[in-house]
Design a protein around this ligand. Structure first.
Ligand SMILES: [Fe+2]
Length: 190
């Protein structure tokens, strides 16, 4: 399948499920992530696929995500047990594998931890994570400018760290997922 065909297939999935708002968001994330991917010399098609697919589980309700995750034997984090919508990153990854036949680990990894990051996150993980956050909150636009200018792993780590720190310090995480605690600990020791 041509790249454009798969991009169109993904877009139609959102549209056919009345998720125009999510499509708008993932396209915005893709724009940001592609700009960063050029600076960080990543594969543009892979980053675009990860960005467009990261919220594909939005076609399900949180309750459906929970059932889906249970049916596939996922180990559920206490935070996901309480807030099922936190499962959306891991459920998206399974849909990407099962429905789109994608096996690339950079894409799957970035989709899977785009909300929380995790231990040993890859550069793809971090770019999708930060692009998602920048797209939601314009207060973080300066992070984007810094990353575009510097293009170093160090600045990418600092951007992820400052966003996670901001979330912890402002009690924005009602119940932190283990993965974000791990990522925060790791990045704070970097
Ligand atoms: Fe998102």
């Amino acid at each position: 399948m041509q790249n454009q065909d798969i991009f169109d297939l993904i877009k139609n999935k959102y549209l056919n499920n009345n998720k125009e708002d999510v499509l708008h968001h993932v396209e915005n994330v893709a724009d940001i992530a592609v700009k960063l991917a050029k600076v960080y010399k990543l594969d543009i098609v892979k980053i675009k696929l990860a960005a467009l697919l990261h919220d594909i589980s939005a076609i399900m309700t949180p309750q459906e995500m929970y059932k889906f995750a249970k049916a596939r034997g996922l180990e559920i984090d206490p935070a996901e047990e309480k807030y099922h919508s936190l499962l959306h990153q891991r459920v998206s990854k399974i849909i990407v594998q099962e429905e789109y036949g994608i096996t690339d680990l950079d894409i799957l990894g970035a989709v899977e931890c785009h909300t929380t990051l995790k231990k040993n996150s890859s550069i793809y993980d971090k770019i999708i994570f930060i692009a998602d956050k920048i797209s939601w909150d314009t207060n973080f636009s300066p992070l984007f400018d810094d990353l575009l200018k510097s293009g170093t792993i160090d600045s990418l780590d600092k951007a992820c760290y400052s966003y996670i720190k901001y979330q912890f310090e402002n009690n924005l995480l009602v119940m932190p997922h283990k993965w974000i605690i791990d990522a925060y600990t790791e990045l704070s020791n970097a």
